[in-house]
Design a protein around this ligand. Sequence first.
Ligand SMILES: [Zn+2]
Length: 200
Amino acid sequence: MQFASLGSGSAGNSFLVKQNKSLLMVDCGFAIQDIVSRLDRLNESPENITGILLTHEHEDHVKGAFRLANKFKIPVWLSYGTFKMCEKHMIKSYEIDLNIIDSHNTFEIENFIIQPFPVPHDAREPIQFTLSDGNHKLGILTDTGSSTPHIEKMLQKLDALIIEFNHDLSLLESSEYTFSLKKRIRGKLGHLDNQTAAEI
Ligand SMILES: [Zn+2]
């Protein structure tokens, strides 16, 4: 199994996970031209993508997802809550194979066994994933405001973990961000702080 980041941060998030000919994209937070050129840098093309998994509806995770899926006929897997929040942004003429997933049930896409799990984040039904090819297991934990016993259980016995954490609590407090933005970042539904990520 191989994985690569096409970019992460508030400007856009997208990861690739590959096993033989199966290529999964987790989130697509870049515009379609941008994602195509980022794929090209890794010698991949949209035609090779087996499926797109979405974690939640925030723009930096879904921006180009539906245009890409429609243009290149790539099936999409997402939670019902994410689907409802994204539905209004989907153009009626799009013909996308949408697969609504239960946030607790494993499912398979070609060689991959995928386990979604719910996370606390300020979205409608946010999830994160582990992906296994039978030999190796990769965990992905990007947007979550805090850790939970369930998250820690899901992340046991991994071979690799992609984890995003983005703030130091004391630096955040002394920053010039507005009070409401500070509150969102450090809240239980925002993003992980460095200390909590280290504990996981
Ligand atoms: Zn988010």
